[in-house]
Design a protein around this ligand. Structure first.
Ligand SMILES: [Zn+2]
Ligand SMILES: [Zn+2]
Ligand SMILES: [Zn+2]
Length: 1003
């Protein structure tokens, strides 16, 4: 809708005004029109054209810019987080392309892993058990492919460019082969070992369970308090304990884990007390149950001070006397006697010990708990697991000197509980027993309670020594941390976060007991259980997988792969079995730099350039200094410091000696307006595809641009509506620009920069200033600043100011007059600039505007094939001086507008052109205003501005003198009749003459 078209009172005169005119539709109809534009881009082969253009630029001295896509998991439609992620990547790729880089983008998908296997399991049900492995893999493949196709169509729908016809997939055969090759790289270089690790285990289904396969339900467990007698010198803990009989008390709800008890953990910072229990008459579970004569010797117990009262009450220990108080750190390396085994129990420190339940002294069985396991690692405790796959306990023969096995031998864990409780009671170590109903992990399939059980797993050791080319030997962990330091982390806190994670992480457990994934394709000796490590055999298996996929590992018989006569290097054994574990999916995606960047024909040259310039000791000499070197950017959610950034770093440092990226940028979470996570139950989700269908993919893109992605971002229907409103304004601005370019042929009509009117020059300077800022923000990924600056420019500079004050000139001046051509030249340049600047974000609309711009020889078929404007091409001078001068003019304008408003209120003058101004000034200001008198008239919208000399700046507003022109409404000294038209000013008469418009005949 064009404003201010009712300028003229005579309808025929009004028809002589040159009003804006364009076929560019006011109504976007994005939901209908975007798919048409996508089809047009496909027909044009736009992505391929972009690749060709990029290559040409690179051959002319340009560089690559590689944004390597982190693969989303292919198990559902995209959600808003995906849209944010791919939208941001699209802004980067498009803006880098328009900045002249060769920026290929190969999107990817993460396809293996548990969530898909679970879904397929659910679907197959019991049938799965009768199916051969390859058939199950086939079902998983089909499931993943379905969502690869769906997500691809959805990412395309919101206008993201990339090689969507051929994305990379971690389940592709060549990718699977590369993943396996990377694993062999670790294996052959000596990073891999096998060790025990506790995992959730269902003794009913005899399988390991992932966290996601465990559900919590109520379960009744025996709650026991058990005495552990101190065997080291109590005086070393505190002198007050010298000569005393000292114990600690542990609390557990899994008595069956007590045969695996190796340590008692204390919190290093908690306060512990040593309390002497007064001798009391014998009662059940009282400490005197050891067969003394009714009264026992005083016993001293060490427990956390905060839990002492509750623990002593539970154990019915009666009156106590405090002997000493000390920090938990005092208890490190003390020793206790196991309550029924011949085993010394170590006092250890752990910060996960809590003060809300129990005694602050935690029974530690490294084979049966994750915390326990890592504590065990720190104290070199052997996590040997004596619970077998079906949950039967076996005694540690080294700790059981008796010839008859203990009563729990061979019993299932649940049956063993009462037997062990009885053993404790017999030995007087049981201080209390009760039933506890609590939330306990159960198997998602059979719903039986599960246990934690140490099983043999494959690990990558973080402490493997590495010898980089020219440096001294380091550990894998040290080198990874050094590499983190060479990467640019955005925001900067990412560096500390990932450094801490790498510094403190345990070894990487890369095995999973599942089937949907890349197999750990290793032959194990049946006799000694050691793997065969043979590079040529490994190469053969890689080729096999490359040809036939991971299915081949399951279908090929051992004899066909192993050369005859193969013998175990350790024991000489000749019988081998295939390992059945698969690799952690983070290993899959973590090798994408190898499987994709180094291997894909479209990316490998770019990645090679990056590696050559950025490898330690290369000419690029460090990633930080790489202003001119090839960038390899990873851009994902902030949780990937633990995930993809992390696993990619480890695989690349181990196999190539350097980080796989030079830059890492992270986005926050997408939340609702109240800062809550989006969920089905809250009904606060925003579905990007639903928005695309109702409002347009462009609105999703505009929302992505509107948020500061480094923080958590808010989205809601409401905020999307607001983006749709902003979109309308931007679109209307473009329409107004295009409308005023009617009849303008740049080759014929444009005015030289030096001959432009001052106001028009000012607008070009302002456009150059804006462009410089926006190009800088694209470089630093500050898309929300681009968004705000473009909005402000469109609304404040253009709609409310420039386009508004130009109306007199654009509508009433002779169409070919210098003044009007001057304005058109600038409107054209602003349009050409703005359309390019917004193209990475408003990809659909910018391309649409592109088609309506005045024809220019050699114009690219799409705005996306064009480059960003160069600031000096928009306006050749440094804009600073001119902008400073105009600041003064705007100050005078503000003063004038205030004065006009005052006088209008008092009804001394009329609206707009019914007034004129007399401005007095002196010195430099006077000179400045004299130079800009015509411009001042225009920007204040009065009929006349007279500048006079006076002592200081003062503005006088008067009723306009002269007569109102019937066509342009300016008050002019000379108006005359023009044929039958009365009161037409000289300027309008000239315009009419030029347009060859004659007034109608008088009748
Ligand atoms: Zn089960
Ligand atoms: Zn062997
Ligand atoms: Zn006129």
């Amino acid at each position: 809708m064009f404003q201010g078209v009712t300028m003229s009172s005579a309808p025929e005169l009004k028809a002589t005004l040159t009003l804006p005119q364009t076929a560019f539709p006011m109504k976007a109809n994005l939901p209908q029109n975007e798919p048409l534009r996508l089809a047009r881009w496909a027909a044009l082969g736009l992505y391929e054209e972009l690749r060709k253009a990029g290559e040409k630029r690179r051959q002319a001295g340009g560089s690559y810019y590689l944004l390597h896509d982190g693969p989303p998991y292919a198990n559902g439609p995209i959600h808003l987080g995906h849209a944010l992620n791919k939208g941001l990547k699209d802004f980067v790729v498009k803006s880098k392309t328009m900045a002249g880089f060769d920026a290929p983008f190969v999107p990817g998908y993460d396809c293996h892993g548990l969530p898909i296997e679970i879904k397929v399991d659910e679907h197959l049900g019991r049938k799965k058990l009768e199916m051969p492995v390859p058939a199950v893999l086939e079902a998983c493949r089909a499931y993943a492919q379905k969502y690869v196709d769906l997500q691809t169509s959805q990412f395309e729908r919101i206008g993201c460019f990339g090689r969507w016809q051929k994305p990379y997939k971690t389940m592709a055969r060549d990718y699977e082969a590369r993943t396996l090759e990377a694993f062999y790289g670790f294996l052959e270089k000596g990073f891999v070992y096998r060790g025990l690790k506790p995992v959730y285990w269902c003794i009913h289904d005899r399988t390991a369970l992932a966290e996601a396969e465990v559900e919590y339900a109520q379960h009744t467990s025996p709650s026991v308090y058990v005495r552990y007698r101190l065997t080291s010198d109590p005086a070393k803990i505190d002198p007050a304990l010298a000569g005393k009989q000292v114990s600690t008390i542990i609390w557990t709800t899994t008595p069956w884990t007590l045969p695996a008890s190796l340590a008692v953990a204390f919190h290093p910072d908690f306060e512990y007390v040593a309390l002497e229990a007064h001798p009391s008459p014998c009662e059940p579970f009282s400490p005197c149950a050891e067969g003394s004569e009714g009264v026992s010797a005083p016993e001293v117990y060490i427990v956390a001070a905060e839990l002492a009262a509750s623990a002593f009450a539970a154990c019915n220990l009666g009156e106590t006397r405090e002997l000493a108080r000390f920090k938990g750190s005092q208890l490190e390396n003390v020793t206790f006697q196991h309550p029924f085994l011949e085993r010394s129990i170590l006092g250890v420190l752990a910060t996960y010990v809590t003060a809300d339940t129990g005694t602050g002294a935690v029974h530690t069985a490294p084979a049966h708990g994750a915390d326990d396991f890592y504590t065990g690692q720190r104290y070199n405790l052997d996590p040997i697991c004596r619970v077998d796959a079906i949950g039967r306990l076996h005694v540690d023969p080294d700790a059981w000197p008796l010839t008859a096995p203990p009563a729990f031998e061979g019993k299932k864990v649940w049956e063993a509980n009462p037997i062990i409780v009885a053993m404790l009671e017999e030995r007087g170590a049981l201080l209390a027993l009760s039933d506890l109903e609590h939330s306990y992990p159960h198997c998602w399939r059979c719903h039986h309670p599960v246990i934690y059980r140490a099983t043999e797993q494959w690990f990558i050791s973080l402490d493997t020594p590495i010898k980089p080319v020219q440096n001294e030997e380091k550990t894998f962990r040290q080198l990874a941390i050094e590499e983190i330091d060479r990467v640019k982390w955005d925001p900067a806190w990412g560096k500390e976060r990932i450094t801490n994670m790498i510094a403190t992480r345990p070894d990487w457990c890369i095995s999973r007991q599942r089937i949907w994934g890349v197999p750990i394709a290793v032959f194990m000796c049946e006799k000694c259980n050691q793997p065969i490590i043979d590079a040529s055999l490994n190469r053969k298996i890689v080729d096999l997988v490359e040809g036939e996929g991971i299915e081949a590992w399951h279908t090929t018989v051992v004899a066909n792969l192993l050369p005859s006569g193969t013998a175990c290097a350790h024991c000489g054994g000749t019988e081998f079995r295939k390992e059945t574990d698969i690799l952690d999916v983070w290993f899959d995606s973590g090798t994408s730099w190898f499987a994709v960047c180094e291997s894909d024909p479209e990316l490998k040259a770019a990645y090679q350039a990056f590696q050559e310039e950025n490898a330690p000791g290369s000419s690029g000499n460090g990633l930080k200094s790489g202003e001119n070197s090839t960038t390899c950017l990873y851009l994902e959610g902030g949780d990937q410091h633990r995930g993809w950034f992390h696993s990619s770093l480890l695989t690349s440092v181990a196999l190539r000696g350097h980080a796989p990226y030079s830059h890492v940028a992270t986005a926050g979470w997408t939340l609702d307006e109240q800062g809550r996570a989006m969920s089905k139950s809250l009904g606060n989700g925003v579905d990007p595809i639903d928005i695309a269908k109702r409002m347009g993919g462009e609105i999703v893109r505009l929302w992505v641009a509107s948020v500061d992605f480094r923080e958590d971002t808010a989205a809601s229907e409401n905020l999307m509506q607001r983006c749709a409103e902003i979109y309308k304004k931007l679109r209307n601005t473009f329409r107004f620009l295009l409308g005023n370019l009617q009849g303008f042929e740049p080759g014929r009509d444009q005015i030289k920069e030096a001959e432009l009117l001052p106001l028009d020059r000012y607008m070009l300077a302002r456009t150059r200033e804006l462009t410089e800022k926006i190009l800088g923000w694209y470089e630093t990924f500050e898309f929300h600043r681009v968004y705000h600056a473009v909005n402000e420019f469109a609304i404040v500079d253009l709609s409310s100011f420039y386009l508004d004050v130009l109306k007199d000139r654009m509508y009433t001046f002779a169409p070919t007059s210098h003044e009007r051509r001057s304005a058109q030249t600038v409107l054209w340049r602003i349009s050409e600039t703005l359309v390019r600047l917004v193209a990475p974000i408003l990809s659909f609309t910018a391309d649409e505007v592109w088609e309506y711009l005045p024809k220019v020889e050699g114009r690219e078929a799409s705005v996306h094939l064009a480059l960003f404007p160069k600031p000096e091409e928009i306006f050749s001078e440094d804009p600073a001086e001119l902008l400073e001068e105009w600041k003064q003019i705007f100050a005078v304008r503000d003063a004038a507008l205030v004065k006009l408003e005052e006088e209008r209120k008092e009804k001394r003058i009329g609206k707009g052109l019914e007034a004129e101004l007399e401005i007095a000034a002196s010195g430099a200001q006077l000179a400045l205003l004299q130079r800009h008198a015509t411009g001042l008239k225009e920007i204040v919208n009065v009929s006349r501005v007279t500048v006079v000399e006076g002592p200081e700046l003062s503005v006088k507003a008067l009723p306009a003198s002269g007569t109102k022109c019937a066509r342009c409404w300016n008050f002019m000294p000379e108006v005359a009749s023009y044929g039958t038209w009365q009161n037409v000013c000289t300027r309008c008469q000239e315009a009419l003459k030029e347009m060859e418009i004659a007034p109608p005949d008088a009748t």
